[in-house]
Design a protein around this ligand. Structure first.
Ligand SMILES: [Zn+2]
Ligand SMILES: [Zn+2]
Ligand SMILES: [Zn+2]
Length: 336
C-alpha cells in the first residue's frame, strides 16, 4: 500500500490522487476528480476476495497510449474489462484504477454460484410457470393413493344436505334416555302440586290458546293466541290465511325433505291434510266448533306432540334440536 498523495491519476492525468483508507486495512488512492480508486494488485485481491478475470477491451480507447502508473511509474496503464465493467490496469505492477460500482460488482461475484443459488431458491418459492416445471421442481410424478382417488371420486352431494352437528345431540345416551323420564317425573310432580304449577301456568295457558288457534288456522281463519290466556279469532274464513298455511306447510316439507328429516315431512303432510279437511271438507259451523273446543283438546294433543317430537329431527332453521330439551318439561307438566 504505497502512499499516493498528490500522484497523477492515470485516468485524468492530473495530480488528484489522495490516500484513502478502505476496509480490511487497505489504503487506496482516491482521485478527487473522477472519484475512481487506485488499488494495488494485492489490495484488489484483499477487497474482492478473488483474482478477477481481466480482458482487453472490445473497442480500444481513442488515445491508444498507455498512461503512467502512479505506483510503479511505468507507462503501462491501459484499458481492460472485467465481469463488472471497464477499468484501467497497469500491465507492469498489476495495479488497477476502477469505480466503486465496478469494485462492488467484483465483490458481489466473489462467491462462485451465489447468483445461481439465489435464482434456485426463488424458483422453489415462486409459483411454477408450468405443470412440467412444477413436477420437475417437486418429487416428480407419482401415482395418487387409494385414499386420494376415493376422495376425488366421492361427490359432495353424496353427503346428506344440512347434516351439521346437532346443538343437543340426538344420539347421546344420557340426553336421549335421561331427559325423557326426568321431564316425565318432574312434569308429574309439578302438575300434582298447585304451587309449582303456577310456574308452568304461562306455558300451559299458551298451549291452551294454541289449541284454539291451530284449528282456527287449519280452517283458514285468522287467530291470534296470546300467552296471557286470550285468543282472538275471526268467524270469517280467509283465503289469505288458507294459502298462507299451505305455503308454510310447503316450506316445512321442502326443508325437511332436503335435510332428510322424515318427521318434518310427515308433520307437513298431516298439516296439509288437516288444512284441507277443516277448510274444505267440513262446514264452516262445524270447523268453528273445533276452534272453540280446541283449547282443552290442545292442552292434551299439543303437549303430546311436543313430547313425541322430542325424538325426531326437524329442519335446522327451527333449532328444534335445542328447543326440544327446553320444551319437554312444560310439555309433560301440561300433559299430565
Ligand atoms: Zn481520476
Ligand atoms: Zn504499475
Ligand atoms: Zn279456552
Amino acid at each position: 500500500m504505497p502512499v499516493l498523495e498528490d500522484r497523477v491519476c492515470p485516468g485524468c492525468h492530473t495530480p488528484t490522487l489522495g490516500d484513502r483508507p478502505e476496509r480490511r486495512g487497505v489504503l487506496a488512492g482516491l482521485c478527487t476528480r473522477c472519484e475512481r480508486l487506485w488499488l494495488d494488485r494485492a489490495d484488489l485481491l484483499t477487497l474482492v476476495g478473488h483474482e478477477p478475470e481481466l480482458r482487453a477491451p472490445l473497442l480500444p480507447g481513442l488515445a491508444g497510449t498507455d498512461a503512467l502508473c502512479p505506483a510503479c511509474g511505468q507507462a503501462a496503464v491501459g484499458e481492460r474489462e472485467c465481469d463488472a465493467g471497464p477499468l484501467l490496469c497497469c500491465s507492469a505492477c498489476g495495479g488497477v484504477l476502477l469505480t466503486r460500482a465496478v469494485l462492488d460488482g467484483l465483490r458481489g461475484s466473489q462467491r462462485a454460484g451465489a447468483v445461481a443459488s439465489l435464482v434456485d431458491a426463488s424458483e422453489r418459492v415462486s409459483a411454477a410457470p408450468s405443470v412440467d416445471a412444477g413436477l420437475q421442481r417437486g418429487e416428480g410424478p407419482r401415482l395418487p393413493t387409494g385414499a386420494e382417488l376415493r376422495a376425488a371420486l366421492r361427490r359432495d352431494d353424496d353427503a346428506p344436505v344440512g347434516d351439521r352437528p346437532d346443538r343437543v345431540p340426538f344420539d347421546h345416551p344420557v340426553v336421549e334416555l335421561g331427559t325423557f323420564p326426568l321431564a316425565a317425573v318432574l312434569g308429574w310432580l309439578v302438575s300434582s302440586s298447585d304451587g309449582a304449577m303456577t310456574f308452568v301456568l304461562p306455558v300451559q295457558l299458551f298451549i291452551h290458546e294454541l289449541g284454539h288457534a291451530v284449528p282456527s288456522w287449519l280452517s283458514s281463519r285468522r287467530a291470534l293466541p296470546l300467552p296471557c290466556g286470550v285468543t282472538f279469532w275471526e268467524e270469517q274464513r280467509s283465503l289469505f290465511v288458507g294459502l298462507g298455511m299451505a305455503f308454510l306447510f310447503g316450506v316445512l316439507a321442502v326443508y325437511a325433505y332436503r335435510e332428510r328429516r322424515p318427521f318434518g315431512v310427515a308433520l307437513s303432510a298431516v298439516g296439509l291434510a288437516l288444512l284441507a279437511f277443516f277448510s274444505l271438507a267440513i262446514s264452516a259451523e262445524r270447523s268453528f266448533e273445533w276452534t272453540i273446543l280446541g283449547g282443552v283438546a290442545g292442552e292434551f294433543w299439543i303437549s303430546a306432540l311436543m313430547i313425541v317430537s322430542f325424538f325426531f329431527r326437524l329442519p335446522d332453521r327451527l333449532r328444534w334440536d335445542f328447543f326440544r330439551v327446553l320444551l319437554i318439561f312444560p310439555a309433560f307438566a301440561t300433559w299430565w
